[in-house]
Design a protein around this ligand. Sequence first.
Ligand SMILES: [Zn+2]
Length: 268
Amino acid sequence: MRLLATLALLFALILGAAAAQVRRGKGRRTSAPPKPASKVSKTAEPTKADVKTDVPDSGRTVVCIDPGHPSEVASGQNVQNGTSETHVDWAVASKLREALEARGYEVVMTKSSEGELVKNKERALVANRARAALMIRLHCDASTERGFAIYYPDRQGKAKDGTTGPGPGVIEGSRRAAEAVHAGLAEGLQGALNDNGVRTDNQTKVGHDQGGALTGSIFSEVPVVTIEMVVLSNADDAEFIKTEEGQRRMAESIADGVARFVAPAKDK
Ligand SMILES: [Zn+2]
């Protein structure tokens, strides 16, 4: 009896092993070997998505924020009414980043710390490389006026190196963006700051001297607006933008304007 049981067990083991062999063999025959990823991308037609950018495609709309100074033109660090343009630009940029990310946008900054010097041309290239839907340049004015104004390129200009730009598509997109951002600021800052409306790069001295466009606009391949958020040489404007509340209100108003121009998710 015991021998019979041992034989039966042995027989069962052999049968089981044979069945397992069949299953493994069957698996090998039906599943195709995985193709190495590098081979796939080499044989595929190059598409727009294959071109290298600084931002992985998350499906979210990219907005580039450019805190204005220091640049090769101006440090922005001279103290006016107890603060500096560089500081205010950076403080609002940081809050704007938070506000846009909370709404689902992908944000790219032109610099990573308040004191970092970035040349104006390089600022535009950061937005271009990121294929931003919009480039927002944050500045503060110094004049006898008070309040905010939105600037955009309404014509081409010529940079010192002979480059002309931006293209017609960027000019048209910038105009629409300026109107949208202005609407956000007009509503969000009502009663706090004077509204100086939408203006053109040609109305700035640097823009006018370059044939009508600021350097950051000439090199831009994406819609670009420059926001003069306050007149920092005006004591009342400075008091507003020096507070956390004022900076946050400015950032939220700009984010509202961005939302009027482009949705947080890319169109497929
Ligand atoms: Zn500035």
